[in-house]
Design a protein around this ligand. Structure first.
Ligand SMILES: C[S@@+](CC[C@H](N)C(=O)[O-])C[C@H]1O[C@@H](n2cnc3c(N)ncnc32)[C@H](O)[C@@H]1O
Length: 225
């Protein structure tokens, strides 16, 4: 079954579950979030060895202790999955119902794959708007992780397929003014740390100065404590 979502994007049912297909991208395959491939297993093991920047930002000096993480911009839950694979307890919240549907179905279909099952992960996915969800949360969290949509990069390099799909899907939603300062203040009441992923160049989204930042080649993590 195929549903047209926008003129360039279809929702396609396959034997492996539902996925998105971009039409304006030559040779684009149906994208289903990956929670179980051998390439993903390799990536997770590599991340465990190298302790990459996301983990450094999330864990800080608390390396080794399981943390409760609220993933504010869930998307296809790829970052949430990585954090869960590294031993953290993650609640990943996504507002868009289609993104949530595809992601939660992929997770349900793939979580019994042997190497994933053996990790005994604590990963919960929820379809909700995160600001309200956080306001009403009775649970407490150690870290709130934020990976918002960035402006499309002006240089020629294309975003990865999953990001192109989100950009296509969300470019048709209404423009919104995100109350970043309010989100940050609420977040700091609900958790002891906020980690915000941002492009390496470009302004901060909030007025408060970060406590420290971790720099990568194309992105940076601002950490607020
Ligand atoms: C850049 S993507 C996140 C990608 C994610 N880190 C991953 O690994 O797949 C941002 C996502 O946040 C979602 N989003 C935007 N505003 C939101 C809100 N207020 N509450 C929950 N989700 C939101 C968008 O629909 C989009 O899927």
């Amino acid at each position: 079954m195929v549903d047209s979502i926008t003129e360039n994007l279809q929702l396609v049912s396959t034997d492996e579950g539902k996925g998105f297909k971009l039409l304006n991208e030559p040779n684009s395959h149906v994208y289903i979030p990956d929670f179980s491939s051998s390439a993903m297993e390799f990536k997770i093991n590599d991340e465990r060895r190298r302790r990459g920047k996301l983990l450094k930002a999330i864990e800080g000096k608390a390396s080794g202790e399981p943390l409760k993480v609220f993933d504010f911009f869930g998307g296809f839950a790829q970052d949430a999955f990585l954090m869960a694979c590294l031993g953290h307890e993650v609640l990943s919240v996504e507002r868009n119902p289609l993104v949530y549907e595809v992601t939660s179905q992929a997770w349900e279909n793939q979580k019994e794959v042997e190497w994933v099952k053996d990790l005994n992960l604590s990963l919960r996915l929820k379809n909700a708007e995160s600001f309200h969800e956080l306001q009403n949360q009775m649970e407490s969290f150690d870290v709130i992780y934020m990976d918002p949509m960035f402006e499309k990069s002006k240089n020629k390099s294309k975003s990865v397929l999953s990001m192109q799909i989100l950009q296509e899907l969300l470019s048709h939603s209404e423009e919104e003014q995100i109350p970043w300062d309010e989100i940050l203040e609420l977040g700091l009441q609900k958790a002891s740390k906020i980690v915000m992923k941002l492009p390496i160049k470009g302004p901060s989204l909030v007025q408060r100065k970060f406590s420290h930042q971790i720099l990568g080649k194309t992105i940076r993590f601002e950490v607020f404590i």
